[in-house]
Design a protein around this ligand. Structure first.
Ligand code: EPU
Length: 431
């Protein structure tokens, strides 16, 4: 097992380049299953969720070639099976995209129930299932989700999502790309990765209109062809580095971003007294004065992203005054707060609200990464706390952040990943 050792309390200076977006990559890679031909996908982040998905595709018969550190070629012309075994699928949440993609191409999918980050609450997939059923699939849920399209091909349908769901929107788009007729998704999610998936599919011959708005229309086509596509940069990875600089102070140039995607995060940090300067595909972020309080409410895009909630709460923990954070997407995403309070933060959680009383500094401690973004928040906190902190369970962080150690070191952080034994882990849990 690995843990991070962080000697915090130093401001960050330099430049950091952002990788391809995790939540786009984990949809676009399964979407290659819809394509009979070679897809060259560029700007793929090197993260463990991507590695697992590529392994799954290989396991079911795809020809996957990793060309270099960012580009892969996936050829799903010949797939052996539409059953995805449990041992890999349960490792990540995004394995649910295999259902939509396999159903769309072959009219049949058997995929183990998805695993992945658990923030403590339930992560239902009823809206995905409702969409598939409306398109004529028979869907049974058990240890495996077994779905079969009547007549072997999905049929276009009108689907109104009861909740704005990123996963359901993308899964239905995939199931609809090769369907017979037109599928209309209403109350669709509008995140940048929704638009990215639509652009990927369209570049391979699909006909999807309206991605990025509430209503998406998917005009089913007979087949998709191969092509080349580059994934967008990761909004949340960029936001996490912004939060790190806000917490530690310093001056960092973040390269390779789409500024529009960063607007809501930029606006909140500016309210807190952080300087953010936008230019082409870079953001310069500077903080040397005090941080001031603000309120944050997470909402579906273009609102403030829930995947930045733990990191911004960590910055607010260091801001003068009382801030209110409201989680508007997930029922329960505050499990990490206990770890932050062990570092001296003063935060009280009441339902979906966290009341953050700013403190002048955080103190180093040994803390757990409970999930991906909670782990990122622990890194931000440890970088800000003067002294040596340890972060356990870092495999969660590495699911979604490419080379976080190398990137942070390149901007002056003192952080290393070291191996530790299972016995030490158990001792820490009980001690
Ligand atoms: N929901 C339902 N029924 C469904 C689907 C969702 O009730 O069938 C509810 C959820 O319980 C939640 C809300 O709808 O309250 C939004 O869930 P959504 O489906 O949008 O989330 P997701 O697709 O499972 C993706 C990201 C998450 C991110 C959310 C929201 C991936 C693999 N995951 O999850 O990312 O928090 O969208 O933006 O794309 C992360 O990157 O750390 C992460 C957890």
């Amino acid at each position: 097992m690995q843990k991070y050792i962080v000697r915090g309390g130093r401001p960050l200076y330099g430049e950091v380049r952002i990788s391809g977006a995790k939540n786009a990559a984990v949809a676009i890679i399964p979407a290659a299953l819809l394509v009979g031909g070679v897809c060259r996908i560029e700007n793929v982040p090197q993260i463990s969720d991507v590695t697992v998905l590529l392994k799954i595709l290989r396991q079911i018969g795809a020809n996957v070639r990793v060309l270099n550190t960012t580009d892969v070629e996936i050829d799903c012309t010949h797939i052996n099976t539409t059953r995805v075994p449990q041992e890999l699928a349960h490792k990540l949440r995004a394995s649910y995209y295999l259902i939509g993609a396999l159903l769309g191409r072959f009219g049949s999918a058997e995929v183990s129930m998805p695993g992945g980050c658990n923030f403590g609450g339930v992560r239902p997939i009823d809206q995905h299932v409702k969409g598939f059923a409306a398109m004529g699939a028979d869907v049974r849920e058990g240890d495996y989700i077994v779905a079969r399209a009547k007549g072997g091909r999905m049929k276009g349908a009108n689907i109104y999502l009861d909740v704005v769901s990123v996963g359901a929107t993308m899964n239905i788009m995939m199931a609809a790309a090769l369907a017979d007729g037109v599928t209309v998704i209403e109350n669709a999610a509008k995140e940048p990765h929704i638009v990215d998936l639509a652009n990927f599919l369209n570049s391979m011959g699909a006909n999807i209109k309206g991605a990025g708005t509430d209503t998406i229309r998917v005009f089913g086509v007979e087949a998709l062809h191969g092509g080349t596509y580059a994934i967008i940069p990761d909004q949340i990875e960029a936001g996490t580095y912004m939060a790190a600089v806000a917490a530690t102070g310093g001056d960092v140039l973040i390269r390779g971003i789409i500024p529009k995607h960063m607007d809501c995060i930029t606006a909140k940090l500016q309210e807190m007294g952080v300087e953010v300067e936008e230019k082409d595909d870079t953001l310069r972020i500077r903080r040397d004065g005090e941080l001031t309080r603000t309120n944050v409410k997470t909402l579906p895009y273009p609102g403030f992203p829930t995947d930045m909630q733990p990191q911004i709460t960590t910055v607010l923990a260091l801001a003068r005054g009382t801030s209110i954070v409201t989680e508007g997407v997930w029922d329960n995403r505050y499990r990490y707060v206990g770890e932050l309070t062990r570092m001296g933060a003063q935060i009280r959680v009441e339902g979906r609200t966290a009341i953050v009383e700013g403190v002048s500094h955080l103190t180093p401690a040994t803390v757990q990464a409970y999930d991906l973004r909670a782990g990122a928040a622990m890194v931000v906190a440890a970088l800000a706390a003067t002294g040596t902190s340890e972060i356990l369970n870092v495999q969660y962080i590495e699911r979604g952040y490419e080379d976080i150690i190398g990137k942070l070191r390149s901007i002056g952080a003192d952080i290393e990943s070291v191996e530790y034994s299972e016995e030490e882990f158990i001792q820490r849990q009980i001690g």
